[in-house]
Ligand binder design. Structure first.
Ligand code: DQA
Length: 143
């Protein structure tokens, strides 16, 4: 099965972006881990990042035809995008909402996720490791 791993705004700067919160690992390193894990798990992945809301929405539309599951770190759009929520509602397979940081420990603006209203499961606070854990969970969920 194919899993889409979608990353929202500013995540292209992981490694240099507030490393005390998001850690030292770059998104490219995370992508390489995911590729290696996917091979072991017998999964195929499509790993994407965009700073544009519409592009993320179109990726979710593409996932409807191509993916068995979605792992999404919508970044700041988590808290603002009804459009991403609505797109995810049309995806029938398992969807994991993922955050590197424990958003609940942080400022109030990071507490009210819109995406959680449709997510199958939510993961936060595992740092870059969260991507690997989510992929492992997805292997079970799409079996
Ligand atoms: C994030 C948490 C969000 O609150 C923030 O806006 C991000 C990254 C995370 O992975 O921890 O951009 O989704």
């Amino acid at each position: 099965p194919k899993i889409f791993i979608l990353n929202g705004p500013n995540l292209n700067l992981l490694g240099e972006r507030e490393p005390e919160i998001y850690g030292p690992t770059t998104l490219e390193e995370i992508r390489q881990w995911c590729e290696a894990d996917a091979r072991e798990l017998g999964l195929e992945i499509d790993f994407r990042q965009s700073n544009f809301e519409g592009e993320i929405i179109e990726a979710i539309h593409a996932a409807r035809k191509q993916a068995a599951g979605i792992i999404i770190n919508p970044a700041a759009y988590t808290f603002t995008s009804i459009a991403i929520l609505d797109a995810l509602k049309m995806f029938d397979g398992p969807k994991i909402e993922l955050h590197l940081s424990n958003v609940h420990k942080r400022e109030e603006i990071y507490h009210k996720s819109l995406v959680s209203r449709t997510a199958t499961a939510v993961m936060a606070g595992f740092g870059a490791l969260g991507y690997r854990l989510a992929l492992r969970a997805m292997a079970e969920m799409t079996r």
